[in-house]
Write a protein that binds this ligand. Structure first.
Ligand code: CS2
Ligand code: MG
Length: 427
């Protein structure tokens, strides 16, 4: 009979180094946090094992970055040293259950960073691109959607045409709202869209009535110009009530959207029942979710079509695979958040995840600046409207620490939003 490796408790806390028969050990000897601002802030965790293998994970929480830095440095890293990097699930459970205080964006970002760095290490040790360890490729590549935005309908559609010419099969359309000075998702003149734009939060004004009047004409014109062979998406950014969202969904039905995103805030998951009863426009929700519990009812009752949780904010690859498996049972597909505040490390992880899960839907792509790309050299690429993580061992992304050190952290907040009468509202 084959002797099993000993299951004896080591010191109850740490992975031992005794090298028991059959156990491949990768002792964590250091972990450190790197903060850099190549055009915007990013937080990255690097974990190193005794044989010199390193893995990285994204820990960026837009506008609240330093809270995650402290959570990692002061509370997580001391517990990692000496553990076996290969025990990814056990470390995940240790950090989640062991904190006593479960869930929340700061905690789950920190856990995600550790989890992704450990998957990176495991795949490098195996000498395989990570998706191979996740079951291998389920498709040729991950379809992505690009962002077309402009102050007017004409500008937005011109941008969409440009995307289609570049090969995009799916485009999100956001246009300025007549009568409002600024709108989420629309770049300021001459700049690229970047939501975290102030050392203190900038304030914008919102009118639901003006907005609702502006959306259907945008999509009517878009179908006229772009035809029907391109997927069109739209983000409401949590700004409607369920009944208003239902009305918008119905109005947009003739234009066959791929999805309508975040139509209403999702803390009250039952609120989506009303929208769902009224409209067949597909719904996508979840870029601010951090665990499966945020989406449980939405998925179970099939109140949404796409879950937008992503690696960095929802506990890493380990937890995202749990969300995807649960969603798959209910015919809900993935549609990972991929704005510029998610670093190239997160994008790489999302692509390995997306390539491997059976119920991949689409991946958001908001390209990073050249400065960001230089700090994070990566193997992933774009072709014919799809992205592929590449075949380098591990995640296929690194951080150039020397270059990163040149860009000091700059406090930057997401804007806040008020109704025209001054009432604080959802941004
Ligand atoms: C947006 C994001 O990508 C999206 O769909 O909702 O731009 C979001 O506002 C930012 O990622 C917030 O940090
Ligand atoms: Mg969004």
């Amino acid at each position: 009979m084959v002797a099993l490796p000993s299951m004896k408790a080591r010191d109850g806390r740490r992975a031992g180094q005794e090298g028991e028969a059959g156990l491949v050990m990768a002792e964590i000897i250091s972990a450190r946090v790197i903060v850099t601002c190549p055009d915007r802030n990013f937080v990255t965790l690097r974990i190193e094992t005794a044989d010199g293998t390193t893995g990285i994970g994204d820990a960026t929480l837009n506008g609240r970055e330093l809270a995650v830095v402290s959570y990692l440095q002061d509370h997580v890293i001391p517990c990692l040293i000496g553990r076996d990097a290969h025990r990814i699930e056990d470390i995940w459970q240790y950090l989640y259950k062991g904190a006593y205080w479960r869930r929340g964006p700061v905690t789950m970002c920190a856990i995600a960073a550790v989890d992704v760095a450990l998957w990176d290490i495991k795949a490098k040790v195996a000498g395989l691109p990570l998706y191979q360890l996740l079951g291998g490729a389920s498709r040729e590549g991950c379809m992505v959607y690009g962002h077309a935005n402009g102050a007017t309908i004409e500008e937005t559609i011109a941008e969409a045409v440009r995307h289609v010419e570049q090969g995009y099969k799916a485009v999100r359309l956001q246009a300025g709202v007549p009568g409002l000075k600024s709108t989420y998702g629309v770049a300021k003149p001459g700049q690229r869209y970047e939501p975290a734009d102030g050392a203190l939060p900038t304030e914008s004004l919102w009118s639901t009535e003006k907005y609702l009047r502006s959306v259907a004409p945008l999509f009517e014109k878009a179908r006229e110009v772009l035809g029907w062979d391109v997927h069109l998406l739209h983000d409401v950014h949590h700004r409607l009530t369920p009944i208003e969202a239902a009305r918008l969904g119905v109005e947009l039905e003739p234009y066959r959207l791929f999805w309508l995103e975040d139509p209403t805030p999702a803390e009250n998951q039952a609120g989506f029942r009303l929208i769902r009863e009224k409209t067949t426009t597909p719904l996508a929700v979840g870029e601010i979710f951090n665990t499966i519990w945020d989406a449980k009812q939405l998925i179970e009752e099939q109140l949404i079509d796409y879950v937008r949780a992503t690696i960095v904010h929802a506990g890493g690859i380990t937890h995202m695979r749990r969300i995807a498996s649960f969603a798959d049972l209910h015919q809900v597909r993935t549609g990972c958040h991929g704005a510029t505040d998610l670093s190239p490390v997160c994008m790489a992880a999302a692509l390995h995840f997306g390539l491997s899960v059976p119920n991949f839907g689409i991946q958001e792509l908001m390209p990073h600046t050249a400065k960001t790309d230089a700090v994070f050299p990566h193997a992933y690429g774009f072709r014919d409207g799809m992205m592929h993580p590449g075949d380098a061992p591990g995640l296929g992304v690194d951080i150039d620490e020397e270059l990163a050190a040149k860009y000091e952290y700059k406090r930057a907040y997401l804007p806040v939003n008020r109704l025209e009468d001054g009432t604080m509202f959802n941004w």
